[in-house]
Design a protein around this ligand. Sequence first.
Ligand code: FAD
Length: 262
Amino acid sequence: MTSKVINFSKYSSIKIGQEVEVSILESCSDYSDKYYLLGSCNNTLIGKNPPPLMILSKKYDYIKIEDNLLKIGGATPSGKIASFCKKHNIANFEFLSHLPGTLGGLVFMNAGLKEFEIFNNLISISTCKGIRIKENIDYGYRFTNIDTPILEATFTIEYGFRKDKVVIFKKMRANQPSTPSAGSCFKNPIDDYAGRLIEAVGLKGKRVGEMEFSKVHANFLVNHGNGTFKDAIYLIEKAQKRVYESFGIKLECELIILGKSA
Ligand SMILES: Cc1cc2nc3c(=O)[nH]c(=O)nc-3n(C[C@H](O)[C@H](O)[C@H](O)COP(=O)(O)OP(=O)(O)OC[C@H]3O[C@@H](n4cnc5c(N)ncnc54)[C@H](O)[C@@H]3O)c2cc1C
């Protein structure tokens, strides 16, 4: 099996982590449960001593139309999917033009923006445990019960790419920070907003070292430069404690935490 060294302080969107030797999944015979499979690390925070990591090989970076269905490899970046859909006049994937990730990460997280979610047009996924149709997968808001590498996903095609939607999604991003982050730090609790709760307990703009609950949008934990895993965890735990004490609400992390502080 091949591997490569990835420097997570450059690779991850939150710019935290160290150099780690990461195995490359060329075929399912390379995979076992001991590995944690990553996509492009736009939703993941890597600390010291993470589990053995794996990424999909570049051979899973493709997108094609076959039998009037859209087939996308697990390692395909969201930007490539959005560009392909624009070029081929395909609707419903416009939200991916401003949502970073790979197809595997997007499907595993059921990533989305407002009412647009990657599961909307999904038919099935091809995984290391065979084909799974959407109806046999438990999924919801930023949640699925997928427990195996996603190699490919198949989607229905509706024609009519909407440039106006891309403009709307871009505007939605205007109230979010451009400083490095892993996207939303916490999932929104039912009928509430994590950002509102963080602000209500006085943590909007709270900075420890170079990590901060952004002044632009409190649910974005941003890295001003050399922020550390330890400071990120401190802020996450502080917000969870304060919100629980004040509102009785347990904030659940949306970002995935791998490894420890030391
Ligand atoms: C600025 C910014 C804005 C964001 N805005 C949004 C938003 O509006 N909506 C939203 O939903 N998310 C948002 N995110 C989060 C992120 O874009 C999504 O969660 C995306 O799906 C992550 O994809 P990834 O490939 O980087 O996944 P990673 O972070 O690498 O992994 C995330 C999870 O997916 C799993 N995974 C990855 N690849 C596979 C695979 N092939 N098979 C099985 N499991 C896999 C991993 O094991 C991990 O559990 C944002 C992030 C940033 C940085």
